[in-house]
Design a protein around this ligand. Structure first.
Ligand SMILES: Cc1cc2nc3c(=O)[nH]c(=O)nc-3n(C[C@H](O)[C@H](O)[C@H](O)COP(=O)(O)OP(=O)(O)OC[C@H]3O[C@@H](n4cnc5c(N)ncnc54)[C@H](O)[C@@H]3O)c2cc1C
Length: 454
């Protein structure tokens, strides 16, 4: 940070609005949180810095849902339902949803088109009468004397504005709101690094018949190319797979490090600037290699996303931190509000390391406790998504979209219960939250029957 500072003169800030629930961030967690709060009848505003919803799923070109499914004793089940099912239905009606595909022979993921995701999410929020404010960057808070958040400050093209709410929900992915409000947090592995970011991109112009199942052969070709010295790749474990039309493939190939070898930090604009430029450079390198793969000769880069893909930054500390052991041991919690069926997926220097619970011997998912969504120290705040209370290892699993949808739906419903009961989110009756979620079609684990099918 620069050593020189200036003093900003005090000024009057227009109040944009007063809401019962304000959600910061429109990724999978924020979408589900806003829908759940509004569905309960709460006046809800979702604030997003971009002009569209989807978070990393659209803004970073992820184009693939993980964690919607679990491998339950050797059988695939769609374990994330609720708001996610409504959104998937809308994406599918636009022709933007692939059939689920198997990863590593163990677990299913489901690809989508980013345009359909954006439109489907707009429709979903409109259907539930969520107010949206796009092109507004959350920039700070003003606190009340009792340690609650009074207003969230926004930077917009129309100048600085403030938004007041009874309950705020941090779905910024980076824990911005929680950090400004003074909630404790950890960053990455607490040793200066974090899960490594990637610049995603998509290729078009592929000959699907010739390419066949090239997602299997590409990693082998990469190893050969690296061994023969013709190419050097930033990481192993490249994921190159077809979108709905086989002429278009998504490429998850790159890895962004700092000069000292640690991960680019998504909280530092200077590092992000270099990461964006280096990410695009790596994308071109990957493209040049991929054009040597049969079926890819005439391909071209059809899309580079608006931003570098950030997997991990701040993790806000709540009443419980979901750990890697919880994921591997398929942990149960009395205050479960949803489940995570995705394994640990650690993006470490030069590689991607997957760690699964025993398959097919285990039920393949861990429950997500409500306590991981309630921060320490700030009474009118909840958080959901990749910045929820998890260890570095736990976050490598439950950061994916499926679990983020589940967490988001739970915090939206929890905010409503807190307001109905005139209490704070930390003190709501969790059994009532669980009952509400189940009634609304969510799967929360516990004694509930695992949903059938995909
Ligand atoms: C390269 C990459 C590949 C991935 N692959 C997969 C995959 O295949 N499948 C999968 O399920 N998951 C994948 N993930 C993980 C997944 O995309 C994210 O973890 C998930 O989107 C997190 O959801 P979220 O809602 O918590 O946060 P995010 O998706 O990060 O959304 C946060 C939202 O908040 C907004 N925001 C942030 N700060 C502010 C602010 N101050 N003011 C206003 N708005 C703000 C952002 O613009 C964004 O829209 C991948 C991630 C990356 C980076």
């Amino acid at each position: 940070m620069p050593l020189k500072t200036i003093t900003e003169p005090a000024r009057q800030i227009p109040l944009y609005g007063e809401y019962e629930v304000v959600v910061l961030g429109g990724g999978p967690a924020g979408i589900a949180a806003a829908v759940a709060a509004a569905r309960a009848g709460r006046r809800t505003l979702l604030i997003e810095r971009y002009g569209f919803l989807g978070g990393m799923g659209t803004a970073a070109g992820v184009t693939n849902f993980c964690g919607l499914h679990a491998n339950v004793y050797g059988e695939a089940h769609r374990v994330v339902q609720g708001v996610a099912s409504d959104l998937l239905g809308r994406i599918d009606r636009l022709g933007g949803l692939n059939a689920p595909h198997l990863i590593l022979g163990k677990i299913f993921a489901q690809a989508y088109d980013t345009a359909a995701y954006k439109i489907g999410a707009d429709d979903l929020l409109a259907a539930h009468k969520v107010d949206i404010l796009f092109h507004a960057l959350g920039a700070g808070v003003v606190m009340q004397d009792d340690g609650r958040i009074d207003v969230l400050m926004l930077e917009t093209k129309a100048g600085r504005q403030a938004v007041r709410a009874a309950i705020f929900i941090d779905c910024s992915g980076d824990g911005d709101l929680a950090a400004w409000a003074g909630a404790p947090f950890e960053v990455g592995d607490n040793a200066g690094s974090m899960l490594f970011p990637s610049m995603m991109f998509r290729l078009n112009g592929i000959d699907p018949d010739k390419a066949g199942d090239a997602w299997r052969t590409i990693p082998v070709l990469m190893e050969k190319a690296q061994a023969s010295g013709t190419h050097r790749f930033p990481r192993k474990g490249a994921i190159v797979r077809p979108q709905k039309s086989g002429i278009e493939w998504r490429v998850n190939f790159t890895q962004l490090a700092r000069e000292d070898g640690s991960a680019v930090n998504g909280l530092e604009p200077d590092q992000m600037t270099r990461g964006e430029i280096e990410g695009r450079r790596q994308a071109v390198q990957a493209f040049e290699f991929l054009r040597t793969v049969p079926g890819f000769e005439k391909s071209y880069i059809v899309d580079l996303p608006p931003q570098l893909g950030i997997r991990e930054t701040r993790r806000v500390v709540g009443g419980y931190m979901l750990s890697g052991e919880d994921v591997l041991n398929c942990a149960s919690f009395e205050d479960s509000i949803g489940v995570n069926g995705w394994p640990m997926e650690q993006h470490v220097a030069g590689d991607v390391v997957f760690k699964f619970p025993p398959i097919p011997e285990s039920r393949g998912f861990n429950e997500l406790p409500y306590r991981m969504l309630v921060p320490q120290g700030v009474d009118n705040l909840l958080m959901a998504g990749r910045c929820a209370s998890m260890t570095h290892e736990g976050q490598s699993a439950a950061r994916v979209s499926g679990a983020c949808f589940a967490m988001g739906e739970a915090v939206g419903a929890a905010a409503d219960l807190a307001l109905s009961g005139n209490t704070i989110p930390r003190d709501i009756a969790v059994e009532k939250l669980q009952q509400t979620l189940k009634q609304q079609g969510a799967f929360i684990g516990r004694d509930q029957r695992v949903p059938d099918g995909m």
